[in-house]
Design a protein around this ligand. Structure first.
Ligand code: HEC
Length: 483
């Protein structure tokens, strides 16, 4: 409520972040965290066997990794923070308060990672001169793999925290935030999954460079399969561990996540899908180790596609089931803290929204005040006409009959009870009615809005109370004292 509302109507805020973030995660897990150890491993095999084919292949794989991670990977990574900071600045603000030095550390580690990959890639050819420099070069590769994992290990602390802050809710220390209940299980899951994905993705790329040398191709695929197969065992254990720490209210959201995303037929079959997928990948790796050369290339490709799909779907479901919260039990997805609700439901959100244009609702301004309430309370998840549009939702509910603002108000007042994944309505009664009038008006005239919504000039005292202290005035403050 301290910030202007940012909104792009056709894509919506959720999809905006999702497209960027899922692309980033796929590249990070398959081409950085999981792939760099494979490159170092191949380089090591080359040194041990003195067969130059290993080294040449490792270099070619690294070239792809280098280009992909320093372009699309890095840009989508930065893109996550930019888009998230626009879409939910309050949530990012809270995360910075908790993980203050985490941001800085992440930056340092990332700079090291990029410097290391440049050094590793660019010094590859000159390092061939002597066995000593080759050994040093391999060490560079191992450091690079480690740093790439550390950047992920820091981010996973923040991801876990957002799902379940655990004892941080009472202790409020950095350590309790980092060591949240989901941290280690999620780190284990992502690490093992990345290693399996990285291995299989590198096998697929190996096919491009070994067309004229089937014998060497077999050697490589079975060596990488052995490596990935070992991590697959860890992945199965980590998945079970992870499943155990998902809070109950999120597990209850899983069927909803599928139903709302039109996967009704798949409802409840997520586990089956994952298990069948993992068994398939496991079988391919097993055959590839036991009977080298017997697995058709297309099957590796199918395994890679399955793993990419699983990771994408995992992120999608994970993002859905943590609703209605953006930070578990602390802040709702609308950017409003749970503890600020009583105050806002008494005074109204427009009184405290820094950039609101209307603060008093009258008989004449209901629809425009309602639009501002909609901006504050609903647009983090809904658009007017675009993805997850409020018009489509209302049309589903009320069809072509005239939309009644009374019925809409009654629904919105109880929407959290009926649809747990939506936060409770944050404002007061007058705002509820204004919102309902605005929503009902959308049946006839639905003008979408886009960009940064600054409806009024912020009051200086709003800025000082809400931004510098990061807190709304407490409910105990007599009304009016802070205005
Ligand atoms: C945390 C995200 C979030 C917020 C905030 C949110 N919604 Fe929703 N809402 C959803 C999702 C997700 C759906 C289900 C979409 C689907 O079925 O595909 C939904 C569905 C709905 C529906 C249809 C429900 C049904 O029973 O079919 C209505 C009406 C609705 N929202 C209104 C609102 C209003 C009004 C607000 C603001 C006061 C709001 N929502 C805030 C996420 C949210």
């Amino acid at each position: 409520m301290d910030f202007p509302i940012f909104h792009i109507d056709f894509i919506g805020n959720r999809l905006l972040i999702a497209v960027d973030a899922i692309l980033h995660v796929l590249i990070n897990h398959a081409f950085a965290v999981g792939a760099l150890p494979v490159v170092a491993l191949l380089e090591f095999f080359g040194m041990r066997s003195k067969d130059p084919r290993w080294d040449n292949l490792a270099y070619r794989l690294l070239k792809i990794i280098f280009i992909l991670t320093t372009t699309v990977g890095a840009l989508t990574g930065v893109g996550i923070w930019f888009s998230a900071a626009l879409v939910n600045p309050a949530a990012i603000g809270s995360l910075i308060r908790v993980f203050f030095w985490g941001w800085f550390t992440e930056w340092i580690v990332f700079v090291c990672e990029v410097s290391l990959i440049m050094a590793y890639f660019l010094s590859w050819q000159t390092a061939k001169r002597s066995p000593e420099s080759k050994l040093k070069h391999l060490r560079l590769g191992i450091f690079l793999a480690a740093f790439s994992w550390i950047t992920m290990a820091i981010i996973v602390a923040i991801l876990g925290f957002m799902m379940d802050p655990g004892s941080w809710l009472t202790e409020r220390t950095l350590l309790s935030g980092v060591l949240n209940p989901m941290y280690f299980p999620q780190l284990a899951l992502r690490t093992t999954l990345a290693m399996v994905m990285g291995g299989i993705t590198m096998i697929c790329l190996t096919y491009l460079y070994t067309r004229n040398d089937r014998e060497f191709r077999t050697l490589v695929t079975s060596a990488i399969s052995r490596w990935s197969g070992a991590w697959l065992v860890g992945l199965i254990l980590a998945s079970i561990w992870y499943y155990q720490v998902i809070p109950d209210h999120m597990l209850a959201n899983i069927p909803v996540a599928f139903a709302t995303q039109e996967y009704v037929r798949w409802n409840g079959r997520l586990k089956v899908l994952l298990i069948v997928g993992l068994i398939y990948v496991g079988r391919i790796l097993w055959v590839s180790v036991k009977r080298p050369g017997q697995v058709h290339g297309a099957k590796y490709l199918l395994s890679a596609v399955l793993l990419f799909a699983m990771l994408g779907q995992f992120e999608r479901v994970r993002e859905f089931i943590r609703k209605p919260f953006i930070i578990g039990n602390y802040m709702y997805a609308n950017g409003i803290r749970v503890e600020d609700y009583p105050l806002l439901q008494r005074d109204g959100i427009l009184q405290h929204a820094t950039y609101a244009g209307i603060r008093e609702i009258t008989a004449d301004n209901q629809a425009s005040a309602g639009r501002e309430v909609f901006e504050q309370a609903c647009t983090r998840c809904h658009t007017v006409n675009g993805v997850n549009s409020i018009r489509a939702q209302l049309k589903n509910m009320y069809g072509d009959k005239p939309w009644q603002s009374e019925a809409i108000a009654a629904y919105v007042e109880n929407m959290h009870g009926a649809r747990y994944f939506m936060p409770p309505f944050p404002g007061n009664k007058a705002e509820l009615n204004a919102l309902a009038v605005y929503l009902a008006s959308l049946q006839k005239r639905a003008a979408a809005f886009n960009g940064v919504q600054i409806n009024g000039i912020p009051k200086p005292d709003h800025i000082s109370t809400s931004i510098s202290y990061g807190n709304l005035p407490h409910l105990a403050t007599p009304h009016g004292e802070h205005h």
